[in-house]
Every structure is written in structure tokens, then in C-alpha cells.
Design a protein around this ligand. Structure first.
Ligand SMILES: N[C@@H](CCC(=O)N[C@@H](CS)C(=O)NCC(=O)O)C(=O)O
Length: 203
């Protein structure tokens, strides 16, 4: 049995979404962000010293990092969601699996934190905006005519990139990046995506 430690409005929605897509039996423990700070509650620190979500318990191990969790679940239960090592798509897939948290999230988080500084952060705004634009444009360029990132069916990279892609659209960048906007619309219409919200307590 897989247990997901799920924080509302967070990256762990994509883990619930994957588990719903695969129709797997799993257990969810919900945590609520602090209303003032937006941070995870201290209970998550009892599960892992970083106190962040997602955290998953599977095969007797506690695992953090969305990309690792998604890759492990897909390798065990849905190998078709990761291209075979012998296929050229494997290289692009591996690249995107590292890009999502390793690159795309950096300007997104900088924008969030520096934005909170108000005018004091102004000198950094042009660089952050330029980095947001180049990362969103790269994601937009990687989408195939089928609307997926690497394969012409749902892959682990689609699940992982859903988070930064949704942020781009929430930031009002849909017209600039129409392939990204179409991707987000398509995934959000998948029944499993909606079921994941219900399992996560609506967020
Ligand atoms: N790279 C990690 C990032 C995990 C992370 O930062 N999670 C956020 C939610 S989106 C969190 O738990 N934030 C609450 C906090 O920092 O208190 C992953 O992809 O799993």
C-alpha cells in the first residue's frame, strides 16, 4: 500500500493524479498550509526532516522529491509511462524529468519570494521575468502535436511538468504559450485529475 502525505495546494496533487490515473489503491494523509505563512504544518516534520510535501511511503521506505516518487511509481506500476532506454525519447524524457524541479521551478520560486519584498526586490525583477519567459517558452516548445511532452500518450514527464505548466497559466501567460495552455486544459479535463482533487480534500 502506498501512503501519500498530501499538502493542500501543492506539488503533491500530481502524485495523487498519477495514482488515480493508474487506478491504484493508496492512502492519503492530508495536511493544511498555515493560513498566514502558507507554510506546511510542523506535523510534516515528523514524517521527514524537510517538512515538505509530497512525501510517500512505499515498499517500507519514506521517499521525497516529486520526480523520484513519480519515476518509482511508474517503474513499478506503469513502465509504459517512461520511454524504453533504447528509444531516442528516453533522453528527452530524462532531461525533462530533471528540468521540472531542477530548472523550471527556480524562477517561479524567485518570483514568489522576491515579489514579497515589494520595491526592495525591483532590481531583480527584469532577470527573473526573463528567466520565467525562457523557461515557459522552452516548455511550450517541447509539447508535441499530440499535446504531450515526450510520448503521444501520458508520460511521467507530463505528470511532473503539470505543476510549472499550471503556474504559467495561472500567471496569465496562456496567450504567450498556447501549447502550454492547451496542455493544461487537457490534463485538467481528465477524470483522474479531478478525482485526485477529491482525494486531496479539494485542493
Ligand atoms: N522539489 C520538491 C519540492 C517540495 C516542496 O517544496 N513542496 C512544497 C509544496 S509545493 C512544500 O511542502 N512547501 C511547504 C513549506 O515549505 O513549508 C518536490 O518536487 O517534491
Amino acid at each position: 500500500m502506498i501512503t501519500v502525505h498530501h499538502l493542500n495546494r501543492s506539488r503533491s496533487h500530481r502524485i495523487l493524479w498519477l495514482l488515480e490515473e493508474l487506478d491504484l489503491d493508496y492512502h492519503v494523509i492530508r495536511y493544511e498550509r498555515d493560513a498566514k505563512t502558507n507554510l506546511a504544518p510542523p506535523e510534516l516534520l515528523k514524517i521527514h526532516p524537510l517538512g515538505k510535501s509530497p512525501v510517500v511511503e512505499m515498499d517500507g521506505e519514506t521517499v521525497i522529491e516529486s520526480a523520484a516518487i513519480i519515476e518509482l511509481i511508474c517503474s513499478h506500476y506503469a513502465p509504459q509511462m517512461i520511454p524504453l532506454h533504447s528509444r531516442p525519447e528516453f533522453i528527452r524524457h530524462t532531461e525533462l524529468m530533471h528540468f521540472a524541479e531542477g530548472s523550471a521551478m527556480t524562477p517561479i520560486l524567485l518570483n514568489l519570494y522576491v515579489g514579497a519584498l515589494g520595491e526592495a526586490g525591483a532590481p531583480l525583477h527584469p532577470r527573473i521575468q526573463q528567466q520565467l519567459a525562457s523557461h515557459f517558452a522552452f516548455m511550450n516548445s517541447q509539447l508535441r502535436p499530440s499535446g504531450h511532452f515526450v510520448l503521444d500518450q501520458l508520460s511521467a514527464a507530463d505528470i511532473l511538468l503539470s505543476f510549472p505548466a499550471e503556474i504559467a497559466i495561472r500567471m496569465g501567460r496562456g496567450e504567450e504559450y498556447p501549447a502550454l495552455a492547451a496542455f493544461v486544459e487537457t490534463i485538467q479535463n481528465r477524470p483522474a485529475y479531478e478525482r485526485a482533487f477529491v482525494r486531496g480534500g479539494g485542493a
